[in-house]
Design a binder for this molecule. Sequence first.
Ligand code: GLP
Length: 238
Amino acid sequence: MEIIKCKSYRDLSLQVGIDIEYQVSRNSKLVLGLATGSTPKGVYEYLKSSTVDFSEVRTFNLDEYVGLEPEFNSRLKGKKGYGVPKHKQSYYYFMNEHLFNEVKFKRSFFPGESQSDTYDSLIDACGGIDIQILGIGTNGHIAFNEPGTSRDSLTHVVDLTENTIKDNSRFFDSIDDVPKQATTMGIESIMRAKQIYLLANGKHKKDILEKACYGDITSDIPASYLQEHKNIKVLYCD
Ligand code: GLP
């Protein structure tokens, strides 16, 4: 693991954004693995200002809440709004708001409850993920791989822990509105990425990040599995 302390959140976002931009300029058919949450927003802001052509790039999102998947209407195929977000807190809505409405990619995929079995083969069929962006939950989860997730897990449906439901309730009107399940790429799905950026912003992530990077590799802290990845950079700031 290469661990880099950044001067600021802006610095962190720029480093990742500039590298993605550079790699897309060298390989227009790059495959990007994208994350939601507040942490990667700065990277997406940077990409929105880029002049590089992303129109051949395909993206795969890490996760989506069960029940909040977009509705797809084949009659609208090719038109804006083809996938209609069901809920403002769906990750599909988040990605439209923070990136997809402005940066045009070739195709963007999300895992859903009904196609969880085929998501990994779809990623393989596209040549695998070249760059995967990850945040980290305060309980050490990556994507929605909660403590206890096995190293060889592929895309699957999970029950969210109380901790995650509480953390994510800040985005919903009430804690009761937070979905109790999500579809997520598994640890093995993430580890297959050729390059990974693990990002953490803020003092509240410091303890868990330290455990993930320097502690034992254990299913109790799913992010600790990342220590075994051959090409990972961890960027963090206070
Ligand atoms: C959610 C997502 C994770 C993300 C985490 C941290 O639980 N499923 O992929 O890493 O939130 O979010 P934030 O970046 O807002 O701290």
